[in-house]
Every structure is written in C-alpha cells, then in structure tokens.
Design a protein around this ligand. Structure first.
Ligand code: GDP
Length: 841
C-alpha cells in the first residue's frame, strides 16, 4: 500500500491542490494541508464521494471515443496464413440538450472509471476469434436491435449507459450472446417501460446521426442507416415510415385501385360523389381544380360533369334517372276505373272594379247551400254551386296573379275563365291581360258583360272591342259566349252558369271517382289552433278523411276535412274544394296533392322533393335567359321565342309587335304572349314565368313586385329605348348569334318629393334616393308611373348647399336635370350606366 501526500495525489489526478483539498473535505476526510498523507483507504473514500456526487469538478469530455482493435490470423489454402487486423472506433458525441447530455456524460465517466477498474486495458484484449470477426447476419440484426434498445435506454435512464456501451463492444468483440445480454440489461434497467414505449423509442433512436460508425467490417444495414440519418436531417419524419414498414402489422395495402359503382342522378353534390367513390370530398375538389373547374364540396354537379369525374378516377358509372322516385310514384298512382263527367272549375278574371268580387259573391250568396249550423261561413277560396244542369266550381281567388302563379307551377286548376267586362267601361289593360293569360294557358273564355243594369251599358261596343282582341262572339262566327249580367241585381246569372256548363260539355271533362284522391292546392295557411290548413281542389278520385297525402314538399294524414261552409265531411269527389288538416307544413298554391298508400313512401318523396326544390330553382334561373331559351326548348317542330312586351305608348307597342311578328323563318318564330301599355307588373312577370318568355320593357320599367319575381325566378328582363335594338337582339337570339350586348345597369333611383324653382337651374327636384346611388356624371332618365318621359343628364346634384358627386340610398338631395324643366312630384329619376356584357352560356 503506497502512501502519497495530498500534493502528490493532486499531481496524479491533475487537479490543483486547493481543489483536491476541498473535495477531500467534502468527502469527510480530515486533510487540510498539502503535505498530509493520503492512505489507500482515504483514496477509496474520496473516489466513492466523487462518484456519488457525480464528480462535478471533473472535466467533461465533449465526446467519448471507444476504440477496439482485434488481430486474428486466417489460414488460406493450406499453409498460408494471413494476419487480419480489425480496427473499430465508436464515437459518442454530445447531442442531447445540455442537462441530459451532462448527466449522460457523468454517467459515462463513471462507467468508464468503473470499466477501467474492471478491465484495465480493453484494447489489449486478444480474445477475438476469426469466425467472430465477421458476424453472421442474424447476429448482426440482433446487434442492431440491441444497439437500438441500448440507445433508447440511455435516453430513459442514465443507468442504462452501461448497456449502451457494453452492447456494441460485446458484439464487436465477437462474444456470442453478448447482444442478448446487453438487451437484457437494457430491459432490466427500464423495467417499467412497456413494449410500446420501446417501439416508439426505437423509432426515435434509430435515425439518430450521433452514433457514428466507422466500421470497415460488415456494417449493420448500412444503407438504411445512411438513408434514415439523411431523412432525419431533412425533417425527422421520414424514418418513421421506414420503420413502420419493418414493423409488421395487420394492414394490407390494396394491390390495385378499387373500382366502385357510382350511381349518378341528374345532379349530384361533390360530397355525395366523393362518398360513392369512397374518397374524401377534398380529393374530388382537388381533382376538379386540376381539371380547371374550381368547385366547392357542396356544389351540385350536373350528370355529365359528375360522370366525367368518376370515370377519370377510374370508377364505373351508372346513370340513374333522378326522378325515379317520382316516376315510381306516378306509376303507383295509375288507376283503371270508370270515368264519369265532372263539374267544370271556373276562375273569374277582369279589370279592377268591373265586378269580379260582386259576381262571385252574388253567386255564392244565392246558389251555395249554406250549412244549417252556426251560419259562420268560412271563406275557403273556392266553392261549388249546384244548378239544374249540373255543378260548377268557382275558384274564389280573383285576379290573374293567382291564376298565373298556379300555372307557373305547372298546375292547371281552371277549366274555364269567366272574363268580367263592365258594360259601361269596356276593355281595359287588365282585361287584355286576362285574355293573354287565358290564351297562354289554353283555357276557353266565357265573357260576362257586367253592370248591364247601368244606363251607359253598351254590349255591342264590348263585343267589338273584344273581337278586336281575338275574342269573337258566337253570333259573329266565333266560339266565345257573351252573357250580359248584373252582379248587383242578379240579371243573367243563371244564363252565365248555363253558358259555363255548355262550355264544359264541349270540353268533355271527366274524372274517375273510384280512384285514390288527387288534387291541387289552392291556398294554404298556418292556423294558430289547427296547424297547417290547406284548401285543396279534388281533381280526380276521392279524397277521404284518414288518407295519407303528399302535397308538394309536405305530407301527412288527413285529420279532418271541411267543406266550403266549414262543415266536417268524410270524403270529397272530383271538382269539390275542401279544407284539409293534418299536413306537416303549408304547401304552395299550385302544388299537386296525391293520396298514397303508406306514410313511409309519402315521407320519402316529400324529403326528396325538398332536396330537389333548390336545384330546380337554380336550373330555372338558367333556363329563363334569352341566351338559353332555345337550348331548353327541346324538339318542338318550330322553336318559339316567347316575349312579354310592355311599352310606353300604344304606337310603339303596335310597331314592335308588327316588327317582331315578321321575324323568324320556317324553324323559329317569335310570339308576343303578352303585351300592353304601361309599367311591367307582377302579373306580366308571372305570365313570362308561366310561358317561359323574356320580358321587354320599351321605355317602361318593372314595378317592385315584378322585379321581385324576375329576381327570384331568374327571368330575363330587358329595358330598351330604341325599337331597332329590340329587333336586333331578337334577331340575334333567333339566329343563336347573341354576342356581347350592351346592357343597362340601373345604378340608383331617386324619387321626387318636391319641386322648386331656382333662378340658376330652373326646376330643381328635392329628391330622396330610394335605391342604389345617384351619380352626378351618369346618364339619367325621368320616369313617370314607370314610363320614361325624358332621357338626358344631370345639371347639378346637391346635398344641402354643396355640389356632390354621389348620393347614397336613404339620403335626400337636390337634382336639376339638364334641359328638362317638367319634373313633377312622384317622378323617379333613374341613373344608369351602359355595360358591355358578353354572351353567357
Ligand atoms: P272587382 O274589383 O272586379 O272585384 O269589382 P267589385 O266587385 O269590387 O265591383 C266594383 C264596383 O262595381 C262595386 O262598387 C260594385 O258595387 C259595382 N258593381 C259590381 N257589379 C255591378 C253591377 O252589375 N251593376 C252595378 N250597377 N254596379 C256593380
């Protein structure tokens, strides 16, 4: 046992004496001077202390390099021997975050110290045997695994560093079973970690570039290591997939694309299409974007586009009729039974104040058998009267709007129109309109020349005027019956009913009462106490209480049924109007009502229609445009462009009608389905909608009601002020050459509230801007009752005393129109711009 002084020991361990003394004091040794002797025991104590305190003061190497050299001899071809020297070097570099790394190094230092004690000179170990120098592949794999585990373990706990170091060393040394031992050691070192942790850590550990190998001997999976460290550098995620692949799992990726059967109706949403192809909606969106069609996930694709997409993506497409459900429904409703004649359904039309309401009321009052109870006669929008010659049903919704609105929805509820014309007033704009509507619907007219009791009544004049509009009296060789009546005193009412029934006979109206009920909704409302209430005109078959019915997008069981007097009834046959309770909502006027066998089917169709409803609206918006009108016409023998034409004066109307009628050839023709003098009304818009017509306003404008329908239904409404322009546009439309047009955009409308005189400008209109913006430097028109009275520009635009360039809606302003002094209160000043619009498809 040698004894050294503190000073000597300090020299040996290469530490300043002071520091060593301090460490010795910390270790609980009594030394305080350099000359004091340190015994072996004391040295051990100091070492133990330094180890346990992790040797804070010892210098930490930034990397540890382990070297190993083995020499062996190979015997080649008998007597010749070759000496083989294998050198291996492994370097562990500092690469963890500072604390972890420091901790590891401390551990490594200790380990090294421990090893140094146990195995003083590892390099000198001569134990390598030749067969171990080149490890078998299996063992190589084991070694790799052991190393991975060891590195993982090192991260988890410093104690496992031993395994980390021992494993490669052992393998390199060619000790069979060393890998296993190292693995076991690592496992023992981290007993709590489960398999998953290990797998995860293996993934993390594997690509770490820190474990640099410089091994000339067969390296373990050299390519993958390089690859993975490369990936690791790039992003650290690439290695994962590689490892995943190596980890066998249950999933088998398909060997080829899966071809699916895709059913495509007339339309399909992107999401639905994607679902059928079992891909994400975003995939389809992406694909279509690449095809040059940006779409959204909820966008509705037409059949053709959807088919293209599905086929491009390699799927099998089956085209199905979107209306399969409806077709099925129609098929199930077919009924063979004995047809009987039925009562005609009549609508009363005519100009305002000519006596429509009076006529309906008179008939109702005198002819309808009112119920005994209560006397509260409920007005349900329709009633029927019994006469000696038969029954007549009246739709008590006077006005053309109701009539045309129903027709616009494809419902034909009326068999005959009674046209009321006041004998003292003659043919008026709404009379003309009624004629147009009836003709467009192909419904025969019976003329009731009303107020015949009045002194100024002139039956012949009425006949004359109507004959001029192609409503020709029978006695003049036509087909229309003219009946002089008085709604006030009741003259001629019976004759009128008789005339209607006579007309009905000509029409040979029949129905099959034994069939399941079918009808049309006349009107509906939400009653506070009773829920949705719908007035229905039964058109065929018999509707019974308790029936399951489908009405438009609504369905339900008929809970109760009331007749026109509010009396409960059990059943209603053809041409009988009833009120029904029990629907799940309020259907629209004009919706079809059908009785179905089961509620499930009714709900299915109702839901289907609800979905379809939106699409139809979109499609309609497309079809109603002048540019597209011929596309949608189908295979008629002669294509017809329907026009509703309104004009400021009769002269230009007639000129236009004449010119337009002359256009066309053997394939195409123009038909003015409605025309008249004055602004464009709701009724005009409805007529255009019902007859798929475009609306032309010549020096006239649409009122708010008409504009609403035009917007809602996507109708084509065009304003013109030059006859030539209309003719040109129509010609272009007819030849299908509609190029870019100059369309007018109305920028703003100001209403004249007051007019005062200014010495400088003449008449100045005090206005309220009611729509859009009024601009100082744009062309303007002055409108009186929606008719253009002047076109020009503004002289000045002022707010209070200031000249301004623009005035917004809701603001007041003063307007002077250049060279026009006749502005009146109530006029509208319209500011517009002309824009070039390319023809859109
Ligand atoms: P509607 O606007 O077409 O519904 O017309 P109304 O039925 O409201 O009738 C308008 C006005 O004409 C009312 O004042 C009625 O009293 C009157 N009237 C209706 N029919 C006759 C009639 O046959 N003779 C007379 N003298 N006046 C009538």
């Amino acid at each position: 046992m040698t004894q050294v002084t503190v000073k000597e020991l300090a020299l040996v361990v290469d530490t300043p004496v002071e520091r060593l003394l301090q460490q010795m004091r910390e270790a609980g040794l009594p030394h305080n001077r350099a000359e004091q002797v340190v015994t072996d025991e004391e040295k051990q104590k100091l070492l133990a202390h330094l180890k346990s305190s992790h040797g804070e003061k010892l210098e930490e190497p930034s990397k540890i390099t382990l070297k190993r050299k083995t020499t062996s001899t190979l015997r080649v071809a008998g007597s010749k021997t070759i000496s083989v020297e294998v050198r291996k070097k492994k370097t562990f570099v500092k690469q963890e975050p500072a604390e972890v790394a420091a901790e590891q190094k401390r551990e490594q230092d200790e380990k090294r110290a421990a090893e140094a004690a146990a195995r003083p000179a590892p390099e000198a170990k001569p134990e390598a045997r030749p067969e171990a120098a080149a490890p078998a592949p299996r063992r190589g794999a084991d070694a790799e695994e052991a190393r991975i585990r060891a590195v993982a373990a090192r991260q988890a706990s410093a104690a496992q560093v031993a395994a980390a170091v021992a494993a490669p060393v052992a393998v390199e040394a060619g000790q069979p079973g060393a890998a296993e031992r190292a693995r076991d050691e690592a496992r023992r070192a981290a007993p709590k970690r489960n398999e998953d942790d290990e797998r995860r850590e293996r993934k993390q550990a594997q690509p770490r570039p820190s474990l640099k190998e410089k091994a000339p001997t067969p390296r373990v999976a050299p390519r993958s290591t390089e690859e993975e460290s490369d990936r690791f550098r790039r992003g650290g995620r690439g290695g994962k997939s590689k490892l995943k692949k190596r980890n066998q799992h249950g999933f088998q990726s398909p060997s080829g694309p899966i071809i699916r059967e895709v059913n495509i109706g007339e339309t399909i949403t992107v999401a639905e299409l994607a679902a059928q192809m079992s891909v994400k909606g975003a995939e389809v969106v992406k694909f279509m974007f690449k095809m040059g069609t940006p779409v959204t996930i909820n966008q509705v694709l037409d059949q053709e586009t959807a088919q293209l997409v599905a086929e491009e993506l390699g799927h099998k497409v089956t085209l199905v009729s979107e209306n399969a459900l409806e077709e099925q429904l129609a098929e199930s409703l077919k009924f063979e039974g004995e047809a009987e004649s039925r009562a005609p359904v009549v609508t009363v039309m005519g100009h305002v104040d000519h006596g429509k309401t009076s006529l309906l009321d008179y008939i109702r009052r005198t002819k309808v058998a009112t119920g005994e109870a209560g006397g509260i006669t409920q007005h349900i929008g329709a009633y029927h009267v019994e006469t000696d010659r038969g029954m007549v049903t009246f739709l008590d919704t006077p006005g053309h709007a109701a009539f045309t609105a129903m027709r616009a929805r494809g419902a034909k509820a009326t068999d005959i129109v009674i046209l009321v014309v006041a004998a003292d007033d003659g043919v008026m704009p709404q009379t003309e309109e009624a004629i147009q509507h009836a003709k467009a619907a192909g419904v025969p007219i019976v003329v009731a020349v009303n107020k015949i009791d009045k002194p100024g009544a002139d039956l012949d004049r009425i006949k004359h005027d109507l004959a001029a509009r192609e409503v020709i009296p029978e006695e003049w060789g036509g087909t229309t019956q003219f009946i002089p009546v008085s709604a006030k005193v009741g003259t001629g009412i019976d004759e009128l009913l008789e005339a209607v029934l006579l007309q009905a006979e000509v029409l040979e109206l029949t129905a099959t009462p034994s069939a399941p009920g079918r009808g049309v909704v006349i009107e509906s409302r939400l009653d506070k106490g009773r829920g949705p209430v719908a007035t229905v005109l039964v058109q065929n078959g018999t509707l019974r209480q308790g029936d399951i019915v489908l009405a438009g997008v609504n369905y339900g069981r008929v809970r109760a049924m009331l007749d026109e007097n509010g009396q409960p009834i059990k059943e209603a046959g053809p041409s009988i109007p009833v009120e029904i309770l029990g629907l799940d909502g309020t259907p629209d006027a004009g919706d079809d009502l059908t009785v179905l066998a089961d509620e499930k089917k009714a709900r299915e169709v109702a839901l289907f229609r609800q979905g379809k409803f939106r699409e139809v609206k979109l499609a309609r918006a497309h079809a109603g445009k002048l540019e597209n009108i011929f596309e949608t016409m189908g295979q008629e023998e002669k294509k017809t462009l329907n026009i509703v034409l309104k004009s400021d004066v009769r002269g230009s109307l007639e000129a236009l009608q004449g010119s337009l009628a002359g256009l066309g050839n053997e394939e195409v023709q123009v038909r003015v389905v409605g025309g008249g003098v004055g602004g464009i009304t709701e009724s005009d818009a409805n007529l255009a909608l019902a007859s798929n017509a475009v609306i032309f306003g010549f020096n006239v404008r649409a009122d708010a009601g008409a504009r609403k329908i035009v917007e809602q239904e996507g109708l084509d409404l065009r304003y013109y002020n030059v006859i030539y322009d209309i003719i040109e546009d129509v010609k272009k439309a007819l030849t299908g050459m509609l190029g870019s047009d100059v369309r007018e955009n109305i920028l703003g409308i100001a209403e004249v509230r007051d007019v005062f005189r200014s010495p400088k400008f003449g008449a100045v209109a005090g206005c309220m801007v009611v729509e859009g913006n009024v601009h100082r430097n744009r062309p303007i028109r002055v409108l009186r009752d929606d008719v253009v009275v002047f076109e020009g520009e503004l002289e000045s635009l002022r707010r209070f005393k200031d000249d301004v360039a623009e005035v917004r809606a809701g603001m007041e302003c003063g307007i002077a129109v250049k060279s026009y002094n006749d502005v009146r209160v109530g006029d509208k000043i319209e500011v517009f711009e002309k824009v070039q619009v390319a023809r859109s498809l």
